[in-house]
Design a protein around this ligand. Structure first.
Ligand code: SF4
Length: 352
């Protein structure tokens, strides 16, 4: 894999996390509980934290939702971002409740109200993410380009950035989202050459768990490989914990982050002497909460098994009537097939 040369962007602080510059690509997600249901929202954020979410965004559709943000923030350990459309009153209440960042579309606010939001954000030293979505572009720009293409998205983003900079506000993160890969890639590539603010990547409304994972992996994978992107969110019509898992897998696959299990498992064939299809997901489940980076292999037979095993920390390989556990340093031992999971767990407990 080619060495990724990340574009150096401005460093922006979101609560206790820094994005941009040389900081690792940060993983974000968004809750799908009603924000004003404090208990459910906190419960979901805790699950997301456990899965490795590093920044959490909540939608704040009404004033009641903004008034619970302080309580939510007190109960969680990751920065809290308030996502606000149209209402300056909600934005101001959210800032006063102590959120760590706002996500707004500056075009949705009259100039005077935008000024008030910016003034307060400056005072509280919180950044603002300016989000441009292909589905809700400025009407004038849309008319100029005829369709929400990449150029139209970039022009819309530049207009929003200018609006913020006119208030001498540069504590910005920028996002440019479309629901298809080509437009998203084009838009980010163009924008990345024009500004040095950190870029938040995502394929918006990417789809269900399966199709959305593929779309996000291709789109974000391409951009990240080309050095673009400081934070990512995978949008799936699924439990947001899945979004975080996919985000990690993408970053691990690109060697941009390292956490928990990196798994190698074979597709099996007529040579397989252990049931890899059943075992590999069981091993994955058993190890999903491990944070220490570990490489694990589950291989069906000794043809390729030991070779792959040599490059991982722990492997199980089908070996005729038995199974073979191989640990780093090439220590091999034969075990009964019925004991594979139990023995595997013992080895993991030793190294984790
Ligand atoms: S490791 Fe063995 S069982 Fe698995 S695909 Fe390769 S040859 Fe087949």
């Amino acid at each position: 894999m080619k060495k990724i040369k990340r574009k150096k962007t401005k460093i922006i602080k979101i609560g206790n996390i820094e994005v941009g510059g040389n900081n690792p690509v940060a993983i974000q997600s968004m809750t799908n509980t009603p924000t004003k249901n404090i208990k459910k929202t906190i419960e979901q954020i805790k699950k997301l934290e456990k899965a490795g979410c590093e920044i959490i965004r909540v939608a704040v559709p009404d004033i009641a939702s903004s008034q619970v943000l302080r309580k939510i923030k007190k109960s969680i350990n990751i920065p809290l971002v308030a996502d606000i459309h149209f209402s300056a009153k909600i934005a101001i209440e959210s800032i006063n409740q102590g959120v760590d960042k706002l996500r707004i579309n500056p075009g949705n606010f009259p100039e005077k109200e935008l000024g008030q939001i910016i003034k307060l954000s400056k005072r509280k030293k919180i950044p603002i993410r300016v989000g441009v979505n292909a589905g809700s572009l400025d009407q004038k720009i849309l008319k100029k380009y005829g369709s929400p293409n990449a150029q139209a998205m970039v022009e819309s983003a530049m207009k929003s950035i200018k609006k913020m900079e006119n208030h001498n506000f540069k504590n910005l993160v920028i996002a440019l989202k479309a629901s298809d890969i080509n437009r998203t890639i084009d838009a980010y590539e163009i924008l990345s050459k024009k500004v040095d603010y950190p870029l938040h990547l995502g394929i918006t409304e990417a789809g269900t768990e399966f199709s959305g994972t593929i779309k996000s992996s291709i789109g974000l994978g391409y951009l990240l490989l080309n050095g673009i992107g400081d934070t990512i969110r995978i949008s799936l019509s699924a439990d947001p914990v899945k979004e975080v898992r996919v985000a990690w897998e993408i970053l691990k696959a690109l060697d941009l982050r390292n956490r928990g299990i990196k798994m190698v498992s074979c597709p099996t064939c007529a040579r397989a002497t252990i049931n890899v299809t059943k075992l590999a997901p069981q091993v994955e489940k058993m190890t999903e909460n491990i944070k220490k980076p570990l490489k694990i292999a589950v291989m069906g037979c000794i043809v390729n098994g030991p070779g792959e095993a040599g490059e991982v920390d722990l492997a199980v390989v089908g070996a005729g009537k038995k199974a073979m556990i191989i640990t780093k340093g090439d220590k091999k031992r034969l075990i009964e097939k019925k004991d594979i999971l139990k023995e595997f767990k013992k080895e993991i407990d030793k190294i984790k």
